[in-house]
Write a protein that binds this ligand. Structure first.
Ligand code: NAP
Ligand code: COA
Length: 272
């Protein structure tokens, strides 16, 4: 069988899609012919993403929207669908994170991450629903190994992403009869991203430790995640829904915990 994944004329919306992993996903769909909408908080990120997509000859639309603002998320979907029509593929990946032990974390620090990662995901999915093509739409949430594997310094993110995982499974149940598939991707450490710079490998020692902790002995690439997103949104995955799919070089059961611990980091000061 010849595998040929095309998204010509399809509308792909990527929330949190202006940098890092999510922007890599936006580019992957753009290369396959999709019309791409991106949204995030910062105007400079939105403009840079639109320009980079346009330079690749992708029809791109983007605006600022904070996922914590339910109405702003809804307004974004109204304008995006006026431009490109119903949403064929939705990627929900906006997130925030920092390293801190629970005993040192302020209540507002915990709440900020829950508000962005979990409540923000609900806002995006809830506001998207009326605009999703049915039957046929594919929704992909971007979760993280912390949602499954307990990890020090990650009480806020772990709790939020566990919620994103269960939201994924429940919406797959509720939306399946409308012909909408809902899945999630759980990336391992992906090279060149804010997540790796900030949390996993701020320096060469931590990077070597992170690479050593991955069974395939390398960090992931943006294309590793983009390719999985293309597959999950394509007809080749038409019977896959409610799945949390790791893309982590086989590290699902170890993840980055040994890297932090191998470097002797049991306490964290500031942003790490
Ligand atoms: P990133 O570049 O910082 O991506 C986060 C995106 O979300 C940015 O585009 C950011 O843009 C946007 N965002 C943040 N807060 C927002 C808000 N309140 N409203 C709307 N947009 C918001 O980080 P990344 O490392 O690529 O992470 C992307 C996703 O992958 C996240 O869901 C993360 O949990 C997951 N992940 C990453 C790794 C990794 O190795 N990097 C591993 C596992 C999971 P603005 O700043 O412009 O808002
Ligand atoms: N350690 C401990 N607490 C921290 C912190 C850190 N490194 N960074 C922020 N906080 C706390 C703040 O002190 C504040 O709590 P307080 O009011 O009790 O002092 C709370 O978190 C909110 O901080 P603020 O900067 O106002 O939030 P924000 O909404 O502007 O930013 C964050 C949200 C904190 C998640 C920020 O890290 C962010 O925007 N990240 C996006 C990029 C990112 O993390 N990418 C990687 C994705 S995996």
């Amino acid at each position: 069988m010849k595998i040929d994944i095309r998204f010509e004329g399809r509308h792909v919306v990527v929330f949190g899609g202006t940098t890092g992993i999510n922007f890599g996903i936006a580019q992957a769909f753009g290369r396959c012919g999709a019309n791409v909408t991106v949204a995030s908080r910062k105007e400079e990120n939105v403009q840079a993403a639109i320009q980079a997509l346009a330079a690749d000859r992708v029809h791109a639309f983007g605006e600022c929207a904070d996922v914590r603002d339910f109405d702003a998320v809804g307004a974004l979907f109204e304008r995006a669908t006026q431009r490109f029509g119903p949403v064929d593929v939705l990627i929900s990946g906006a997130a925030g994170n920092f390293l801190a032990q629970a005993k040192d974390m302020s209540a507002n620090g915990f709440k900020s991450v829950l508000d962005i990662d979990l409540l923000g995901s609900f806002h995006v999915l809830r506001q998207a629903y009326a605009h999703l093509r049915r039957p046929g739409a594919a929704v992909i949430n971007i979760t993280a190994p912390q949602g499954t594997v307990p990890m020090r310094f990650q009480a806020h993110c772990g709790a939020a992403k566990a919620g994103v995982d269960q939201l994924t499974r429940i919406l797959a149940l509720e939306w399946g009869s409308a012909g909408i598939r809902v899945n999630a991707i759980s990336p391992g450490p992906i090279d060149g991203t804010e997540g790796v710079r900030r949390l996993i490998a701020p320096g060469p020692e931590e990077r070597a430790s992170a690479e050593a902790s991955v069974p395939l002995r390398r960090l992931g690439t943006l294309d590793d995640i983009g390719n999985l997103a293309l597959f999950l949104a394509s007809p080749y995955a038409s019977y896959i829904s409610g799945a949390i799919v790791p893309c982590d070089g086989g590290g699902s059961f170890e993840s980055v915990k040994p890297a932090l611990e191998a470097a002797g980091r049991t306490t964290v000061g500031g942003d790490a």
